[in-house]
Design a protein around this ligand. Structure first.
Ligand code: SAM
Length: 256
């Protein structure tokens, strides 16, 4: 099973155990991977389910391929909580790397933001590109869930999405700040035994302004450090998400 190719589809592509493959997916399976009729692969609906599937010809249109779902595969590779990354957009195409690696680390939602010191205003085309990168990374890393990437928001609009969750004690919101000796994210995670949902905010290369930090704290975010060294905007999310994933996995599979 481990060597079978995984393909993420949308749940709407399934009807009565049949998967209606897009032209692009048929091309990928047939021409790129050289799979043919009768070959098996794994279908993921991006929302938690996997199936073993078999390629068959589409009898209605002879040149096309379709797939039949043979059996559901029981799998649990997801982190046990919802994990959201708010990230100020780095320069150039660097956000591609953030999307790819955050997906590998188990993120559920990615929310790109513009802030006072962000230079980039991305096009809508970028969103499509990031969603494609997340889908491919989810296939590669054997995720069950394809992270959802939201449209880029201005920082304060992004914060207001999380304002109402201020009352839940198990809903943790962190803003990572490169200087000023804030408590370590790791310490806070280890002290919170009942983590139910986590939001992590990472700033731009120029850092957050004081006003942005104050605004986040007023919205219930806890200011935290990732250590003494100043990490690049593409490295900081990976460090923060790795810490969260490690703590959650230890809680799920205690060493003792
Ligand atoms: N130019 C900023 C400065 O000199 O303070 C550094 C910004 S850093 C390149 C980009 C973002 O990564 C920061 O806004 C912060 O969110 C995060 N970051 C980098 N290093 C960090 C650290 N050691 N602790 C917490 N957050 C960090």
């Amino acid at each position: 099973m481990a060597d079978l190719q995984r393909l993420a589809i949308t749940p709407q592509q399934i009807y009565r155990q049949q998967v209606f493959l897009t032209v692009e997916q048929q091309h990928y399976l047939g021409r790129v991977l050289r799979l043919g009729v009768g070959d098996k692969f794994i279908v993921m609906d991006g929302e938690g389910k996997w199936w073993l599937a078999k390629l068959t010809p589409d009898i209605s249109i002879k040149t096309e391929l379709t797939a039949i779902l043979e059996q559901e595969i029981s799998i649990q590779n997801e982190l046990p909580i919802e994990l959201t990354l708010i990230s100020a957009l780095p320069k150039g195409n660097n956000f591609d790397q953030v999307v790819r690696q955050s997906t590998e680390l188990g993120v559920t939602y990615i929310l790109p933001v513009t802030s006072s010191r962000t230079l980039l205003k991305p096009s809508l085309q970028k969103l499509k590109r990031w969603q494609k990168i997340a889908t491919e990374a989810a296939e590669q890393s054997e995720r069950q869930v394809v992270p959802k990437i939201r449209e880029t928001l201005e920082y304060s609009a992004a914060l207001s999405l999380f304002e109402n969750q201020i009352l839940s004690t198990n809903y943790h919101k962190y803003i990572c700040i490169a200087r000023n000796n804030y408590p370590l994210l790791l310490e806070s995670l280890l002290h919170n035994q009942k983590l139910e949902s986590i939001v992590i905010a990472i700033g731009p290369e120029g850092g957050w302004t004081n006003e942005e930090i104050e605004r986040a704290i007023a919205t219930g975010f806890q200011a935290v450090s990732l250590g003494k060294r100043i990490l690049r905007g593409v490295t900081a999310p990976l460090v923060a998400l790795s810490l969260v994933a490690a703590v959650l996995e230890i809680q799920r599979f205690p060493l003792l």
